[in-house]
Structures are given as structure tokens and as C-alpha cells.
Design a protein around this ligand. Structure first.
Ligand SMILES: Nc1ncnc2c1ncn2[C@@H]1O[C@H](COP(=O)(O)OP(=O)(O)OP(=O)(O)O)[C@@H](O)[C@H]1O
Ligand SMILES: [Mg+2]
Length: 323
């Protein structure tokens, strides 16, 4: 099943849940219905084939099961996972599943699979802001230099959008690899497939770690964790990475420690011309959360200090509006 078929499939799935303001457009509806039937048929044939070789404990709905098989089959075949136990969270861009590791990941009880929704690209508004200056990556994390591929991405053809999707995932995965190796508090990434990232699971069998936004901290702990986040920002700048969507919603809290997650929109402080503005926003969101926990700070000067201490230049004038 290619990416566009998946997009249509999900659109149909979502349309059935919401009131459609254009429901009078019957012909469009009929066209969609026949497409849906065709798509469903293909989806289930493939899912049936794959399910002979990979069965999992999680009782997924019919469509979800087919989507999981399509996204996780390769990972299972290469022994990265042996079972899908349950859904941890359904996010805007991806759903995260608790899995049992396979032989390729010994001495680990659980792993997390982040499985992307095909609509990911559309949901990521303002993608131009993050892609500014970026070189796109292929599924192996290598720079795309092929003219045909570059052209498809520029024109956003069906193939191009598939490549862009792969590039976002590759950025997320390679950033996690580099930052984990550099000692940042990020989940250990294990492998990347066509539509999923397999990584260290934060939590236990009873539940995944809450995000910082879901917990209140006492003043002393908040102070220590704030310093910890600043240390992570520092490591990230050293490794030429800005998170790009950092806030208390993308920091997990477990056993008194923090873990930063959700990296598809990382940007480079050297290359992206909006980098400082993106960085400043990350710092401000973090400071906002910690000020609610009793830790006072000055986000503007903090961002500037961190930025200049790594030798990066501050933008001279007010940056242009978002693309
Ligand atoms: N490694 C992990 N271990 C445990 N839970 C995780 C892990 N990664 C993600 N989660 C859970 O899944 C949720 C969604 O993950 P993430 O933020 O990466 O995806 P997302 O689709 O961008 O979500 P959202 O749109 O809600 O930000 C997180 O808020 C967290 O609760
Ligand atoms: Mg998130």
C-alpha cells in the first residue's frame, strides 16, 4: 500500500467520525466510497498475508491492525520486536505502542514503537520553517542527492511526499542517535522502519511515564530538573541541534528523571535562518512550565546566553515572518 492510499484510507476513517460541512457534495462522497472499498480490499489482503507470520497480543481494531502490520512487520521480521502489547498513546502525528523486544534487543523488558500516521506531513503546519536549509535524508539517514528524488520532493508529488515523510523520520531517528550517544536524556533509539521508530520505553507495564505537563513538582525537585533541561539544551547546541517543539508536553518524567522526546522537527543552529527564534521559543516554553513550579528565570536572556556561549550569532534585526 503506498502513502497516498494510506492517506485516503485515514481520511475516510476520520470522516466517518466527524460532521462534514460539505456533506451535500454527494458525488465526492461516492467517489470516496468506491476508493475506500478498493483501498480496504488491498489493505486487508496484505494484512492477512502478513498476519500469518506475525501475530500480536494487542487487540487492535481491524484497520489499526492492518496499519500496524504494515508498519511493524519488517521490525518484527528482523527480531527487533516479538509482540505488540498495547497502545501507549495516540498522538497527533503518531501513536506509540508498548512492545516486547525480540532477540536483537537482549536484556530489555519493553520497548516503544512510535508508528506514524500517514497524515503526519499535513499536520505539521509550517513545515517550511523547520525545513529551511535542511538537506533531506533517505531511509538510511543519508543525504538525498538524486535529482529525480529532489525534484519529486520539491514538487510534492506522491513519491515526493513519501520521500519527505521518510526524511522527517530519518531526522528524528538520527538526532536521537547522536544525542543519545552524546549523553543527552533521550530514549535510546534502536531501529527505523518505513513508518516506525523503535526506541527505549520509559515507564513500566502498568503505564508509560507521564509528561512533565501532567505532573506538579515541589520547588526543590523543580529546580534540579530545570537545571537538567538546561544541560540538555546545552548538549543539543553542542551537537548542533535545536529540538524545535520543546515544552512540558514533550518531556517525560519517570523515577525523578526527565527524558526529552519527539524530535522530527529538529533544526540546525548553523543552517536554519530562523534557528534562534525557534530556540528562544523552546526555552520560553520550558521556562513557563518551571515558573509554574516555582522556578523563576528570564527566558530571553537565558536563551541568548546559551546561544552565544556556543559561538552562534544573534540575529541582528527582527526576523521575517514565518513562511
Ligand atoms: N519512549 C517512550 N516511552 C514511553 N512513552 C512514550 C515514549 N515516546 C512517546 N511516548 C508517549 O507517546 C506520546 C506521543 O509521543 P510523541 O510526542 O513522540 O508523538 P506525537 O505524535 O508528536 O505526539 P503529540 O502530537 O501528542 O506531541 C508522548 O506524549 C508520550 O506520552
Ligand atoms: Mg509530542
Amino acid at each position: 500500500m503506498n502513502r497516498n492510499q494510506w492517506v485516503e484510507f485515514f481520511e475516510d476513517l476520520e470522516d466517518s467520525d466527524v460532521e462534514h460541512p460539505l456533506s451535500s457534495q454527494k458525488h465526492l462522497q461516492r467517489k470516496r466510497e468506491s476508493k475506500k472499498n478498493e483501498t480496504d480490499a488491498r489493505l486487508f489482503v496484505r494484512a492477512q498475508e502478513l498476519s500469518r507470520e506475525f501475530q500480536f497480543t494487542y487487540k487492535a481494531a481491524r484497520f489499526e491492525e492492518a496499519w500496524l502490520l504494515d508498519s511493524l512487520f519488517d521490525i518484527a521480521e528482523h527480531q527487533w520486536i516479538s509482540d505488540v502489547l498495547r497502545k501507549v498513546k495516540g498522538g497527533k502525528e503518531a501513536s506509540v505502542y508498548l512492545c516486547k523486544p525480540g532477540a536483537a534487543i537482549p536484556n530489555t523488558d519493553y520497548v516503544a514503537a512510535k508508528v506514524y500516521r500517514p497524515r503526519m506531513l499535513r499536520n505539521l503546519r509550517n513545515d517550511g520553517l523547520y525545513r529551511q536549509g535542511r538537506t533531506d535524508l533517505d531511509t538510511e539517514g543519508r543525504q538525498v542527492i538524486d535529482d529525480g528524488m529532489l525534484h519529486a520532493m520539491q514538487k510534492k508529488t506522491e513519491y515526493g511526499r513519501e520521500l519527505l515523510h521518510q526524511s522527517w523520520m530519518a531526522y528524528e531517528f538520527t538526532s536521537m542517535q547522536d544525542l543519545h550517544a552524546a549523553g543527552a536524556d533521550v530514549p535510546e533509539p534502536y531501529t527505523l522502519s518505513n513508518n516506525a521508530i523503535l526506541m527505549e520505553y520509559i515507564g513500566d507495564l502498568d503505564g508509560s511515564a507521564p509528561t512533565l505537563s501532567e505532573v506538579g513538582l515541589d520547588r526543590t525537585e523543580a529546580g534540579a530538573l530545570f537545571e537538567r533541561v538546561l544541560r540538555n539544551l546545552d548538549v543539543m547546541l553542542t551537537h548542533e541541534r535545536i529540538h524545535g517543539d520543546l515544552s512540558a508536553y514533550n518531556i517525560l518524567y519517570w523515577d525523578g528523571d526527565i527524558t526529552l522526546i519527539d524530535f522530527p522537527q529538529v533544526v540546525s543552529p548553523r543552517i536554519n535562518r530562523h534557528a534562534f527564534r525557534i530556540f528562544e521559543r523552546d526555552v520560553k516554553r520550558v521556562c513557563d512550565y518551571f515558573s509554574q513550579q516555582g522556578v523563576r528565570s528570564d527566558p530571553k536572556s537565558l536563551a541568548q546566553e546559551l546561544w552565544t556561549s556556543h559561538g552562534y550569532n544573534l540575529p541582528r534585526e527582527k526576523p521575517e515572518e514565518e513562511e
